[in-house]
Design a protein around this ligand. Structure first.
Ligand code: ATP
Ligand code: MG
Length: 332
C-alpha cells in the first residue's frame, strides 16, 4: 500500500474549515487504502510566539479533533512530532544540503515574517520548510495531502530528496502533493482574497470547528459578499460568494451548479441562512465528539505513545540509512 504522511500545527484552540476541507478530510479518506502517518507538528508550532501551557493543551486538542474527524488510530499511525526525534535529526541533515537563497524564496516565510516585523521572525521560522521536508521524507511517503499553501514546500521537499539521492545514492522516495483543487484554498470570510488561517485571520474571518455553533452561524451570515445579489460561482469577481459556495458544496456533496440553480433569484440572505444551518449541523456533533475525547487525557496519551512507537520503527530505519550514506561512523 502506498504511504501517506501529513501534519497539522497546534497553533490554535481549534482547527478551522480550511484545515478540515483542505486537508484533514483527505487524511480520513486516504487511510482506507494507504499506510497512513499523521502527526501534530509541535516543533513547527514553536517557530512563532506561543505560551507553553497553551501549546500542551492545543496539542491534545488537535489530537482529539483528528479522532473526532475520523482518524482511526488502529489503522493510521497518529502521533506528536516531538515524540519522534528522527524528524529533527533528519531536518539538520537536509539543512546542510539546502541553499540559503533557496530557503529564502519560500513565500510563507516572507508572509509570516512580514506580519510580525523582521525582529520577531526566528531562524526556526526560516528553516521550518526544511524540517517539514524531513517530516515527509523520513517516512518515504508517496503522497502528502495538504492545502494549496503548502505546494511550494512540497516542491522544496522533492528538490531536497532528489539532491540527496543524486549526491549520496538513492535513499528517498519523491513524494507527490495530494491537493484537492475544489477545497485547496478556503478563504477568510472577511477578506476573501486571503486564505483562512489559524494565525492570521481575524476572529470574524475564520470558522472554527470548535466554536459555539451559534457563533459560527453568525459569522457565515455576516461573511463579506459583494453588492450584487446573484449566487453564482465567479471567484475572480465574486470571491466571497464563491468561497461560501465552495464550503456549502463540500459539506453537502451538492454540485456548485446545483446550488446556483437552487438559489437563482433568491439573493444572498436565504443562501447564507441555509449555509449557516449546514455549518451548524456539521460542527455540533464534531464539537461533542472532540470534547468527549478530551475528557480522557490518559487515553489520548496512550494513543500517542503507541503512535510514536510505530512511527519510530520507520524513522529509525531511514535515519540509519541516511547516516550511513553521509559517511558517519556507525554508533553503538
Ligand atoms: P498557521 O496560520 O498557524 O500556519 P494554518 O491555518 O495555516 O495555521 P496549518 O496547521 O499550517 O494551518 O496547516 C494544516 C493543513 O491545513 C495544511 O495542509 C494546510 O495546507 C491546510 N490549510 C490551512 N489553511 C487552509 C485553507 N485556508 N484552505 C485549505 N487548506 C488549508
Ligand atoms: Mg499554515
Amino acid at each position: 500500500r502506498p504511504r501517506v504522511l501529513s501534519g497539522i500545527q497546534p497553533t490554535a484552540d481549534s482547527f478551522h474549515f480550511g484545515n478540515y476541507l483542505g486537508a484533514v478530510r483527505q487524511w480520513v479518506a486516504l487511510q482506507d487504502d494507504h499506510e497512513a502517518f499523521y502527526c501534530v507538528v509541535d516543533l513547527h508550532a514553536i517557530t512563532v510566539e506561543y505560551e507553553p501551557k497553551a501549546l500542551r493543551e492545543r496539542t491534545r486538542r488537535s489530537v482529539a479533533q483528528l479522532l473526532a474527524a475520523g482518524i482511526d488510530p488502529e489503522r493510521s499511525t497518529l502521533f506528536v512530532q516531538s515524540h519522534v526525534p528522527e524528524h529533527a535529526q533528519l531536518g539538520w541533515v537536509l539543512g546542510c544540503i539546502t541553499g540559503f537563497g533557496e530557503a529564502s524564496r519560500m513565500t510563507q516565510f516572507k508572509d509570516k515574517s512580514a506580519k510580525g516585523g523582521a525582529d520577531r521572525a526566528t531562524v526556526g521560522l526560516f528553516t521550518y520548510p526544511i524540517l517539514q521536508a524531513a517530516d515527509i521524507l523520513i517516512y518515504q511517503a508517496d503522497r502528502v495531502p495538504v492545502g494549496e499553501d503548502q505546494r511550494q514546500h512540497l516542491e522544496l521537499t522533492r528538490d531536497l530528496a532528489g539532491r540527496f539521492n543524486h549526491r549520496f545514492g538513492k535513499t528517498f522516495r519523491l513524494p507527490e502533493p495530494y491537493i484537492v483543487k475544489e477545497t485547496a484554498k478556503i478563504a477568510d470570510l472577511q477578506d476573501p482574497t486571503a486564505k483562512m488561517s489559524k494565525s492570521s485571520s481575524s476572529p470574524a474571518g475564520i470558522i472554527d470547528l470548535l466554536d459555539d455553533p451559534k457563533v459560527s452561524a453568525k459569522k457565515i451570515r455576516s461573511a463579506v459578499t459583494d453588492s450584487g445579489r446573484d449566487v453564482i460561482f465567479d471567484p475572480e469577481n465574486k470571491a466571497g460568494v464563491a468561497n461560501l459556495l465552495t464550503i456549502y458544496s463540500a459539506l453537502t456533496g451538492k454540485k456548485i451548479s446545483e446550488l446556483e440553480d437552487e438559489y437563482a433569484g433568491r439573493g444572498y440572505g436565504d443562501f447564507k441562512k441555509d449555509l449557516a444551518e449546514v455549518v451548524v449541523e456539521f460542527v455540533t456533533p464534531f464539537r461533542e465528539k472532540t470534547l468527549a475525547y478530551l475528557d480522557d487525557k490518559a487515553q489520548l496519551d496512550a494513543i500517542l505513545a503507541a503512535g510514536a512507537e510505530r512511527a519510530r520503527a520507520v524513522t529509525e530505519r531511514t535515519l540509519t540509512r541516511v547516516y550511513d550514506r553521509l559517511g558517519f561512523v556507525p554508533g553503538a
